[in-house]
Design a protein around this ligand. Structure first.
Ligand SMILES: [Zn+2]
Ligand SMILES: [Zn+2]
Length: 453
């Protein structure tokens, strides 16, 4: 097996692995790096050269895994494209939205190559998508070789799968993004822990996050609800920055349940953007496939409203309430970024992070800012001392590092390849894996350099 990590910058970004195994060439994921723009944001597909790509597997529909898929498919019209049924029901919506964002960025940031693909190309690409069921192998053959693919539920977001590849009597496993815990709207991962793998490709997102024993998902939810209650009682508003896919619908469900149980006071609740469109898809996925547990009724019961537009930085919104807005990392030009600029200067407000924030994004930077320190919103030319309460809740969509370590070790791999993590996160896994199994070969691939397994 020869593998090339096509993500040019390493870390978490334009996720894409090029794998050559026996007679087969395939690609796992085709992402886009949200931290860069233009051609710098895509995987380096030129490294595939003239190789015939037999198939592409999409693990799930976050942009860092699908954002350049039409580009890859354009270059490889012969490749079959596999994903779960729920992913197939989400992917077009996510790609069309990405095309709109790129079209806007073309003008705003003067990026002539944007959009990287058109709406028509997405429609054409969609005709090539093939769904595979969870936990049931499919076989492909080429010359005298046969290969078997199995997608296992990975939790994380609806449709997410870990990929098992079986060839010449050996099994390989690509974790994709994983969450083992159950969420209100999605069951946790169900990976084949009884199987033995030659190599495990392991996501390492939370390698730098220590999981304090006393903090469980349930206790973090409890702390979030208490924080919201306190903020509302003191006359403030709460901003919860969320990913549009998965996290927004989970938080809406959680707040609706809490309110029914009398754990939250009544107040206006605001939500907007792509997350609401995704909510409709999740409702359909839940009804038709059972691969999620979200119902549109939640939005009605919450009487969810659109937040006011055209907020002035430093000026609080006209109505006190809970603002559940994307993006999760408070990226510039998004509702969560603009509302943070409205709330941050007043101590009665709070900004509650409930997911992973890249340290280089505004969300990541705000989490590092101490009370009273100046925080700069540079794209809207506004700065303020940080007076609002800033909290992080460990309700990440990614598994904790100890759980992932336990999973990898349980499958007795000969090799583990570290993926989807910042350098410090990968370093923790490298040390922990070596300590637990000195015979294990741990590979932290250099971007764009093929390595043999
Ligand atoms: Zn993801
Ligand atoms: Zn990811």
């Amino acid at each position: 097996m020869i593998v090339t990590d096509l993500n040019p910058k390493g870390g978490i970004g334009a996720n894409s692995l090029f794998v050559e195994l026996d007679s087969f060439n395939f690609i796992v994921d085709a992402g886009l790096n949200p931290k860069f723009a233009g051609n710098l944001a895509t995987p380096d597909y030129t490294l595939i050269g003239e190789a015939y790509i037999h198939f592409i597997v999409i693990t799930h529909c976050h942009l860092d895994h699908i954002g350049s898929l039409p580009v890859l498919m354009r270059k490889h019209p012969e490749a079959r494209v596999f994903m779960s049924q729920a992913s197939q029901m989400l992917i077009e919506r996510m790609l069309h939205n990405s095309c709109n964002v790129m079209t806007r960025q073309r003008a705003e940031k003067n990026i002539p190559e944007y959009p990287l693909f058109t709406h028509e190309e997405i429609d054409q690409a969609a005709e090539r998508f093939e769904t595979i069921p969870f936990s049931k192998p499919i076989q492909l053959s080429e010359a005298d070789d046969e290969i078997e693919l199995t997608l296992y539920p990975a939790g994380h977001v609806a449709g997410a799968g870990g990929l098992e590849i079986s060839s010449s009597g050996k099994r390989y496993f690509f974790s994709g993004d994983v969450l083992f815990d159950n969420q209100c709207t999605l069951d946790g991962a169900s990976f084949p822990i009884e199987n033995r793998f030659e190599t495990v490709f392991l996501e390492t997102t939370r390698g730098e996050t220590q999981s304090p024993k006393e903090r469980t998902r349930a206790s973090e939810i409890d702390r979030l609800l208490k924080t919201i209650t306190n903020v509302l009682r003191r006359g403030g508003s709460v901003l919860i920055p969320v990913f549009a896919l998965g996290r927004m619908q989970e938080i809406l469900t959680l707040i609706n349940n809490a309110r029914k149980d009398g754990l939250l006071p009544t107040c206006p609740i605001f939500g907007a953007g792509l997350g609401l469109a995704v909510a409709d898809h999740l409702d359909q996925i839940s009804k038709r496939t059972g691969q999620a547990k979200f119902t549109r009724k939640t939005i009605k019961e919450l009487r969810l409203r659109r937040p006011p537009r055209g907020m002035t930085p430093g000026k609080e919104p006209p109505e006190q309430g809970i603002y559940i807005l994307s993006s999760g990392m408070m990226v510039e030009h998004t509702p969560s970024y603009n509302f943070a600029a409205s709330l941050l200067s007043q101590g009665r407000n709070a900004i509650c992070f409930v997911g992973y924030c890249d340290p280089e994004t505004p969300g990541g930077k705000l989490l590092e800012t101490k009370p009273g320190e100046i925080f700069l919103f540079d794209t809207i030319d506004y700065q303020t001392p940080t007076r609002a309460q800033i909290e992080r809740f460990e309700m990440s969509g990614h598994a904790g590092r100890e759980e992932l370590l336990k999973f990898a070790l349980r499958t007795h791999p000969k090799k583990v390849v570290l993926t989807h993590g910042d350098p410090g996160a990968r370093a923790w896994f490298a040390i922990a894996l070596a300590e637990n199994d000195p015979a294990l070969i741990v590979i932290d691939p250099k971007p764009l350099e093929p390595f043999e397994l």
